[in-house]
Design a protein around this ligand. Structure first.
Ligand code: NAD
Length: 368
C-alpha cells in the first residue's frame, strides 16, 4: 500500500513546475542532486532558438526550493531577452545552486555541478554569477567545455564586471542624451546604489567625466573607499529614492522601482546594472513613462558581461567585446525612439524588439 502524499492546500491548487508563476514556456528544467557532495541545483533552459542557452550560476541560500525554482525560471527568461536584444547568437539559461556560497560550497560540489552541465552536451553553457567566482569556472572547465568566464591565464575572458560597467555607462550616456539633450555627464548629479564590482568601475567612469557622484552601500567601508579613490560623496539623506539627483543608477538589488518608491523618485534618468529593477515591468515601467522619467532597460544596458563571455565561444577578442559593448549607446537610443513611435514603455519596446528577433530566427530555422 502506498502512503498518501500530504501537500499544503495552496500547493495542491498549483502545478508544481509548469504552473509556477514565473514559468514562461521554458524548454527544459533540470534538477541536479548529488548526495555525496550535497549539491542541489536547478538548471533552467528558457529558449534556445537563437543559440545555446548561456547564463551564470547563482549560489544562494534560498529560503526554500520554490524560491530557487522561481529564481531560475525568472533569471533564465531574462537571459533570452538580454542576448536577443544585444544581437548575440545565444539563447537564455541560468542555473542556481541551493546553499550558502561562503559556508556550503566545496570544490567537489562545483566539480559535480560541472559534470551535470556537461551532461547537457552544450545546450546550456554556464558562467559566473552571484555566489560563484572565476575560480569556480576554472574548476568547472576541468570537467566540461561548456563554461565561460574562466581566467585570462587559462585563455578565458576573466571577470566580466568591468565590461558590464562600461555598457551601463554607455546606456546612461544615451539616456542622458535623450532626456537632457546632451550625453555629457559633467556636472550631472548621479546616485550610484551599490558600490560592488560593477558599481565601482561605473563610478570611476563618472568621476573621470566630471559627474558629481553620490554613493550608497550597506557597507560603510566600501563607500569610504569610493570617497578616497574617486572623490564621491556619501549619500546622507534619509530617503535615497527622493534624492535630488539627475540620474539614479541601481547597481545592487533588483525590484527597487516598486509601489513604494516609484512616485518618490526625483531623478529624470534611471540607468543601472541591477537585474529586474522594475518590480512589475508593465506597471512600474508605465508610471515612469507617465512621470517623464527615462528608464534605460536593465537587461539592455547591463549586457556587457554577456558580450564579454560570448567572445570566449566565438574566439575571445577584448577589443571586439568593448566595441560591441560601446554599441549599447546606439541600441539604447534606438529603443527610446521605437518606444516613442509605438507609444510603449522603454522596457516593453526592448522586449518587443527582442521577441521579434527570436520569432524571425524561429521562422528561418523552420525553413532550413
Ligand atoms: P556585487 O555583489 O559586487 O556588488 C553589489 C553591491 O551592492 C555590494 O557592494 C553590496 O554591499 C551592495 N548592496 C547590497 N545591498 C544593498 C542595498 N540595499 N543598498 C545599497 N547597496 C547594497 O555585485 P556586482 O557584480 O557589482 O553586480 C551588481 C548588480 O548588477 C547585481 O544586481 C547583478 O546581478 C547585476 N549584474 C552584474 C553583472 C556583472 O557583470 N557583475 C552583469 C549583469 C548584471
Amino acid at each position: 500500500m502506498t502512503a498518501e502524499i500530504v501537500m499544503p492546500a495552496e500547493l495542491k491548487k498549483m502545478d508544481p513546475v509548469f504552473g509556477q508563476f514565473s514559468f514562461d514556456n521554458h524548454e527544459q528544467i533540470v534538477f541536479c542532486n548529488d548526495k555525496d557532495t550535497g549539491l542541489k541545483a536547478i538548471i533552467g533552459i528558457h529558449n534556445t532558438v537563437m543559440g545555446p542557452a548561456l547564463g551564470g550560476t547563482r549560489m544562494w541560500n534560498y529560503a526554500n526550493e520554490w524560491e530557487a525554482l522561481n529564481d531560475v525560471l525568472r533569471l533564465s527568461r531574462g537571459m533570452t531577452y538580454k542576448s536577443a536584444i544585444t544581437g548575440l547568437n545565444l539563447g537564455g539559461g541560468k542555473a542556481v545552486i541551493i546553499g550558502d556560497s561562503k559556508l556550503d560550497k566545496t570544490p567537489e560540489m562545483i566539480t559535480k555541478f560541472g559534470q551535470f552541465v556537461n551532461s547537457l552536451s552544450g545546450k546550456y553553457i554556464t558562467a559566473e554569477d552571484v555566489g560563484t567566482t572565476t575560480e569556480d569556472m576554472d574548476r568547472i572547465h576541468e570537467v566540461t567545455n561548456f563554461v565561460t568566464g574562466i581566467s585570462e591565464s587559462r585563455g578565458g575572458s576573466g571577470n566580466p564586471s568591468p565590461v558590464t560597467a562600461y555598457g551601463v555607462y554607455m546606456g546612461m550616456k544615451a539616456a542622458a542624451k535623450y532626456q537632457f539633450g546632451s550625453d555629457n555627464l559633467a556636472g550631472k548629479k548621479v546616485l550610484v546604489q551599490g558600490t560592488g564590482h560593477v558599481g565601482e568601475t561605473l563610478i570611476s567612469y563618472l568621476a573621470k567625466e566630471g559627474a558629481i557622484v553620490f554613493v550608497s552601500d550597506i557597507h560603510q567601508d566600501k563607500m569610504e573607499n569610493m570617497v578616497a579613490k574617486y572623490g564621491a560623496k556619501i549619500f546622507m539623506g534619509s530617503d535615497l529614492y527622493s534624492a535630488d539627483v539627475d540620474i539614479y543608477a541601481p547597481c545592487a538589488l533588483g525590484a527597487t522601482i516598486n509601489d513604494d518608491t516609484v512616485y518618490r523618485i526625483k531623478a529624470k534618468v534611471i540607468a543601472g546594472a541591477a537585474n529586474n529593477q522594475l518590480a512589475v515591468e508593465a506597471v512600474h515601467g508605465q508610471i515612469l513613462r507617465e512621470r517623464g522619467i527615462t528608464y534605460a532597460p536593465d537587461f539592455l544596458i547591463n549586457a556587457g558581461g554577456i558580450i564579454n563571455v560570448y567572445g570566449e565561444i566565438v574566439k575571445y577578442d577584448k577589443a571586439e567585446a568593448m566595441r560591441r559593448t560601446e554599441n549599447i549607446y546606439n541600441t539604447t537610443l534606438e529603443i527610446f525612439n521605437f518606444a516613442d513611435q509605438n507609444n510603449l514603455t522603454t522596457q516593453a519596446a526592448a522586449m518587443q524588439i527582442a521577441q521579434n528577433r527570436i520569432d524571425q530566427r524561429k521562422k528561418e530555422n523552420t525553413n532550413k
